[in-house]
Design a protein around this ligand. Structure first.
Ligand code: K1U
Ligand code: ZN
Length: 174
């Protein structure tokens, strides 16, 4: 398993719409394992393939508490089937927008259809942090970032800060 470099705002890749995974094979399982390794190293609780530069509809999540056994979950070609009218607010972060957190309101519950790492179709109902994290990661598959759910003023400030930081990094590179 390999830890991959993370794609950081304002990289245009983060705005790309990811393509469906056509076949769940060993290559896809290897990518999922690399994503989990990258997510644990960061550390984070979720990761979409585009965050390591791969525009494929694949995401990983692990919501195990510190000290508990790892509980990795792989979701391939996830589709939200239903969303509750009830909404919940959670303070979200993003490994592609390091050290920035903001409250985001989303449907409190969803039902989801997806393929697991063996390529079997599954359906689940999710609420709480799992519902929030799945929606955050599925947004990534559609080129949407959590800052798109906050005010335009705050979003523009964040994008400006990260654009400046990227330019500084670029000017220091040989
Ligand atoms: O997709 C990502 O960028 C990962 C992101 C997932 C997420 C966090 C919060 C709400 C919705 C989705 C993160 O993992 S940010 C880091 C984070 O939340 C965290 C890091 C260490 C310990 C616990 C949480
Ligand atoms: Zn994110």
């Amino acid at each position: 398993m390999t830890i991959k470099p993370l794609i950081i705002l304002p990289d245009p890749l983060l705005r790309q719409i990811s393509a469906p995974v056509e076949r769940v094979d060993d290559d896809v399982r290897r990518i999922a394992d690399d994503m989990l390794e990258t997510m644990y190293d960061a550390p984070g609780i979720g990761l979409a393939a585009i965050q390591i530069g791969l525009p494929r509809r694949l995401l990983v999540i692990d919501l195990a508490k510190e000290g508990d056994d790892a509980a990795p979950q792989v979701f391939i070609n996830p589709e939200i089937l239903t969303s509750t009218d009830e909404r919940s607010v959670y303070e979200e972060g993003c490994l592609s927008i390091p050290d920035y957190y903001a409250e985001v309101e989303r449907p409190a519950g969803i039902t989801l259809r997806y393929l697991d790492r063996e390529g079997r179709q599954q359906e689940i109902a999710a609420d709480g942090l799992l519902a929030t994290c799945l929606q955050h990661e599925i947004d990534h598959l559609n080129g949407v970032l959590f800052i798109d759910h906050i005010s335009k003023l705050k979003r523009e400030m964040v994008v400006r800060k990260f654009t400046k930081a990227a330019k500084t990094r670029g000017s220091k590179a040989i």
